[in-house]
Write a protein that binds this ligand. Structure first.
Ligand SMILES: C[S@@+](CC[C@H](N)C(=O)[O-])C[C@H]1O[C@@H](n2cnc3c(N)ncnc32)[C@H](O)[C@@H]1O
Length: 272
């Protein structure tokens, strides 16, 4: 058996390495410079969770939420903010990312006892959980990093670990068909040009290191985008998985260029 979760030889090794260098750790948050909609997009997941808890969890003292890939904690904040009864277990395979999020949340009194941070591959972690352990699964910008096969495996196991009536919320790069997708891609690449504008500002204030970094991450995010294209999740793929895995009340929330949020409820009875 491997000594640490990162030594597992799965697709996870590939996804992990994507956030180990210039796009990982605190530097991940530079992405907010390029994507104006970032916060609004994250709010969609937070509001979806909040609405679900208000409607379905009135008699509960604790609401157990699983998060895959907290990164620097932007989505984790949404989850914890949704309701004071939320207890989140957040799982990331990249130590550089988990260190940032852990430090951030352990420093906030209200969050200290409501958040658990696990260094693991999400599939391995899910497999270790008892069935029906979670009321909700929330993730943003993580599942698209997986290959279609790995993603399907994760969702199949996840479907068992969610309680009946539990909610799945995933904000991600969900590709539309044909010309619409090309339009979304072009908009995303245009967004990344803002890194150069910021770099020019840094140069005028004499901060050449920062300018160099911003020009480098422009190239890195462009490259990342083309890599994402190879494994892209389509809206159709997600709808088919929902159907196959016994989810209902499927909803697609607001779209911002390449990204949108899918929500669905695990049916109260299992499919035959
Ligand atoms: C792009 S970040 C998302 C951060 C945040 N949710 C957001 O919306 O900004 C994706 C995170 O998923 C993590 N990740 C990638 N593969 C993983 C896996 N197999 N298991 C757990 N986490 C994984 C990465 O390390 C990274 O921190």
């Amino acid at each position: 058996m491997p000594e640490t979760p990162n030594e597992y030889s799965t697709d996870a090794d590939v996804t992990k390495s994507r956030f180990a260098d210039s796009l990982g750790g605190d530097e991940y948050d530079d992405l907010l410079l390029a994507l104006d909609f970032y916060q609004e997009f994250q709010n969609e997941s937070g509001h979806a969770l909040q609405g679900y808890i208000a409607e379905h969890c009135s008699n509960r003292s604790e609401v157990r939420v699983l998060e895959a890939g907290p990164g620097t904690g932007i989505t984790t904040e949404q989850i914890l903010h949704a309701d004071p009864r939320v207890h989140v277990v957040t799982v990331d395979i990249e130590p550089k990312m988990l260190d940032v999020v852990k430090k951030k949340f352990m420093a906030v009194e209200d969050y200290q006892h409501r958040a658990e941070f696990v260094l693991a591959d999400i599939l391995k972690f899910l497999e270790s959980c008892p069935d029906e352990s979670f009321d909700a699964f929330v993730s943003v910008y993580t599942l698209h990093n997986f290959s279609p096969d790995f993603r399907r495996q994760v969702l199949e196991v996840l479907a068992k670990k969610l309680k009946h009536g539990g909610i799945f919320i995933n904000g991600d790069k969900y590709a539309r068909e044909g010309a619409e997708h090309q339009h979304d891609l072009a908009a995303e690449l245009k967004n990344y040009e803002k890194f150069d504008l910021e770099a020019t500002k840094s140069e005028t204030t004499g901060n050449t290191d920062r300018a160099k970094h911003l020009r480098q991450i422009h190239q890195d995010w462009d490259k990342h985008l083309w890599e994402d294209e190879k494994n892209k999740i389509t809206v159709d793929e997600q709808n088919e998985l929902f159907e196959k895995l016994g989810f209902e009340n499927i909803a697609w929330l607001q779209r911002f260029d390449l990204v949108t949020t899918a929500t669905a409820i695990k049916k109260m009875t299992l499919l035959p």
